[in-house]
Design a protein around this ligand. Structure first.
Ligand SMILES: [Zn+2]
Length: 168
């Protein structure tokens, strides 16, 4: 498979990111089914870890649920628990293998958050001083602490909100 073909497949699901039942054409479902090659690190009944084909740094890999869930907004909680355990293991393994300065775990939930493949995946990315990857913070970030009553109010809103998948 050529890089062009992989890129085409990799980015194709962008257009169907809102179709939660679309696992026929899902890139990561295809990897789970063995229809697309992947450099697998480990897999169990519920999860799979493999190398990102566009690594930001040496050791950059992905952890996914084998079942098709779009992201954290629709994932089965039992699967999420299993992912949490495996994420800790994978992060430690990557850290131990390459001894980077640090390792960052990233999940994008939705196109607006930068999600490109509509199948839940957690990036495990080794970080080293001077690398070009990072969050982009606003210029005025940390200039002023938010007022406590405002933080309490936002916390209250989140606390009162449903954690069930949105029907919108
Ligand atoms: Zn999928």
């Amino acid at each position: 498979m050529s890089l062009h073909e992989i890129r085409t497949i990799y980015f194709k699901p962008l257009r169907s990111v809102t179709n939660m039942s679309d696992n026929e054409s899902c890139l990561f479902c295809k990897i789970v089914r063995g229809e697309i090659p992947a450099s697998v690190i480990f897999e169990d009944k519920f999860t799979m870890a493999f190398m990102d084909i566009f690594p930001i740094s040496k050791g950059h890999c992905l952890l996914i649920p084998k079942q098709h869930h779009v992201n954290m907004l629709d994932v089965d909680i039992k699967v999420a628990k299993r992912l949490g355990v495996r994420l800790a293991e994978l992060t430690r393994k990557v850290h131990s293998a390459f001894e980077p300065d640090g390792v960052i775990n990233v999940i994008a939930n939705g196109v607006g958050a930068g999600q490109e493949v509509p199948h839940l995946h957690i990036h495990v990315i080794p970080r080293n001083e001077g690398d070009k990857f990072g969050f982009l913070f606003p210029d005025d970030y940390r200039e002023e602490m938010a007022p406590r009553d405002e933080l309490d109010s936002v916390a209250k809103t989140i606390r009162a909100s449903s954690d069930l998948p949105s029907s919108k």
